[in-house]
Design a binder for this molecule. Structure first.
Ligand code: HEC
Length: 133
């Protein structure tokens, strides 16, 4: 029957669209996977910042910023928070690692600037809400 041949083609089209949409959805979900504090951000801090930002070390003694835990990071320096959840641009933490500040407070202090990749991970984590995840 002629009409059936068209219906089959139409059905195949609908199935193809559904499969394509499903693929797009899966791709979007993967692309938006949350940046994790524990898995992505803390290992960078540990490697690049921690030696100076623990009690007894110069970064902590001068600024008051203790980077050992999520809570101590969120507390910030003696002048207040350095992370503004959902706004990396307003976060002093990002300003100092992107070198948008005076020379003396560019971080890591007197060392090579962090890679784009490291800075991007921290920025993404802040823009996603700076959660303890
Ligand atoms: C070699 C030691 C050292 C390392 C490594 C280091 N810091 Fe610091 N940090 C300091 C010192 C010293 C100060 C105080 C600077 C000042 O006020 O003159 C400071 C201050 C800061 C401040 C406060 C700036 C302000 O507004 O006064 C932030 C935020 C900061 N550090 C973040 C970081 C981050 C993030 C890292 C890792 C990427 C890092 N630091 C690595 C030594 C260090």
């Amino acid at each position: 029957m002629r009409i059936w041949r068209y219906t089959k083609a139409l059905l195949r089209g609908v199935v193809n669209i559904a499969v394509f949409a499903g693929g797009l959805w899966a791709f979007g979900a993967a692309a938006q996977e949350a940046t994790s504090f524990k898995e992505d951000v803390f290992p960078i801090i540990e490697l690049r910042c921690l030696e100076c930002h623990v009690p007894g070390a110069e970064g902590y003694e001068v600024s008051g910023l203790d980077l050992r835990t999520f809570d101590s990071l969120m507390k910030g320096t003696k002048h207040g928070p350095v992370v503004v959840p959902r706004s990396a641009f307003e976060s002093n933490l990002i300003a100092v690692i992107d070198h948008r500040t005076a020379q003396e407070i560019r971080m890591p202090h007197n060392a090579r600037k962090m890679s784009k990749c490291e800075r991007f991970a921290i920025r993404a984590w802040i823009n996603q809400g700076a959660r303890d995840n």
